[in-house]
Design a protein around this ligand. Structure first.
Ligand code: NI
Length: 196
């Protein structure tokens, strides 16, 4: 089942999401639906709050980067296998130099901005069997995780922009909340006048 993606301005995107237990109802089906929803929107990451569920769950699938000619051979190799589910994730540490990457978000269509983040993270999470892992990621893999991890803490990539940049995109963000934007996937707009 494909969920509508919650647009900028919805309070669920601003909540700190809650951990879940292994007996969370229909978790396998929910995760399958999240992948289906993400693929339908051509995304590489999706967090549960973006489909209206305030739980600490996000998925990534960066395997499409396998064919990205702009990336190094090493990155392409790494990303060709980077498909994962993160449950109850906690970033333990972020370190290294900050680097810039042009980010976008399915909840904020048509907005892309340069965001600085640290290069390397250590993250603890549970997999779909509720087995605990602690892993280190760097570069683009870390970047994708940092963006999705922000979602489960109620943070959006636009929060990382300078005050000036924030002012420049404020109008656009309001338009998104009102549904005055075109996305080629189904969305739920918090301030839309009528059902679309
Ligand atoms: Ni996002």
């Amino acid at each position: 089942m494909i969920y509508p993606i919650v647009a900028y301005g919805d309070p669920v995107l601003r909540k700190k999401a809650q951990d879940i237990k292994a007996d969370y109802p229909n978790l396998t089906a929910l995760i399958d639906d999240m992948f289906e929803t993400m693929y339908a929107a051509s995304g590489i990451g999706l967090a549960a709050p973006q489909i209206g569920k305030s739980i600490r769950l996000f998925i990534v699938d960066a395997t499409p980067f396998e064919d990205d000619e702009d990336l190094s051979e090493a990155d392409r190799m790494l990303l060709s296998q980077f498909k994962k589910v993160f449950i109850n994730a906690q970033i333990v540490q972020e370190r290294g130099d900050e680097w810039v990457f042009n980010e976008g978000c399915l909840s904020i269509p048509d907005v892309r901005e340069d965001v600085f983040r640290k290069d390397e993270i250590t993250i603890k999470y549970w997999d779909t069997d509720f087995k605990e892992h602690e892993e280190v990621f760097s570069g683009i893999a870390a970047r994708i995780i940092q963006h999705e991890y922000d979602h489960i803490d109620g943070i959006l990539f636009t929060d990382h922009l300078s005050a000036l940049k924030k002012r420049m995109i404020k109008g656009k963000l309001t338009q998104i909340s009102k549904g005055l934007v075109r996305a080629d996937y189904r969305m739920k707009y918090p301030l839309a006048k009528k059902k679309r």
